[in-house]
Design a protein around this ligand. Structure first.
Ligand SMILES: CC(C)CCOP(=O)(O)OP(=O)(O)O
Ligand SMILES: [Mg+2]
Length: 239
């Protein structure tokens, strides 16, 4: 079993395998994404129950825009439906929702829904759910560099002010007091980062699960947490 007093503060998840899950059942990808949304609801509940402070999920990468329009449109409507249906639950449970990524490409209605949901839940402090939508880790670092460069150019900050803390403040994960995931889980057997969080994963423990995302439930999450608690994190020191 795992110890509830040694929980990771911040868990990040690359939710992968929805389409394969659907294909195995001769269903369309949309059925896989529907099933995947149920997995996410369950994981949010478990994280809140176990006192995990931040859960960051990769819901749609910037690269996913190249998918068939019918699938992208479905995912956008799924995001809207899920935010609408979960908002009161988040308010009741003390869950804050934040969205990171290039929102300019999202439907205007979804952009509005996101900013309203972020505003409505901004003071909730039990669990922060950060949903990466149209997100790219490299883009996040580029936009932070541009912001810092323009501040130096305008004399707002000096060159010697540029350090890890300033970059942390300029990245899109500046919406949380715990920007560095302790544990990254990727499902479906893939073992890569896929341009998710990059700077933030500097000392993160990785756990790769064989389960397809719709099949990732409590038992699979417990297995990842137990593995995490076996790890001896050294941050560069000798054993
Ligand atoms: C959009 C993203 C959460 C979808 C994850 O599942 P997927 O569509 O990549 O599924 P496959 O890896 O099985 O193709
Ligand atoms: Mg995939």
């Amino acid at each position: 079993g795992f110890r509830e007093d040694m929980m990771p503060k911040h868990v990040a998840v690359i939710m992968d395998g929805n389409a394969r899950w659907a294909k195995l059942r001769s269903l369309p990808a949309s059925a896989g994404h529907e099933a995947g949304s149920r997995s996410l609801r369950e994981l949010v509940e478990l994280c809140a129950h176990w006192g995990i402070r931040v859960l960051t999920v990769f819901a749609f990468s910037y690269d996913n825009w190249i998918r068939p329009k019918v699938e992208v449109d479905f995912l956008m409507t799924l995001f809207e439906r899920e935010i609408k249906s979960q908002l009161q639950n988040f308010v009741r449970e003390g869950i804050r929702i934040s969205v990171i990524g290039d929102s300019s490409k999202l439907p205007k209605s979804l952009q509005k829904l996101i900013s309203d949901a972020e505003e409505t839940t901004k003071d909730n402090s039990r669990l922060q759910l950060i949903v990466a939508v149209s997100y790219s880790g490299k883009y996040d670092i580029v936009q932070a560099c541009k912001s810092i460069a323009s501040k130096v150019k305008d004399g707002v900050i000096q060159l010697e002010d540029v350090g890890e803390g300033l970059i942390e403040q300029e990245l899109e994960t500046n919406c949380t007091e715990f920007p560095y995931p302790d544990l990254l889980i990727r499902t479906s057997g893939e073992q890569r980062v896929s341009n998710f969080l990059l700077w933030q994963l500097a000392y993160t423990e990785f756990f790769f699960a064989e389960a397809l995302w719709p099949d990732f439930g409590k038992a699979e999450f417990v297995e990842a947490l137990e593995s995490f608690q076996q790890r001896q994190r050294r941050y560069g020191a000798r054993r």
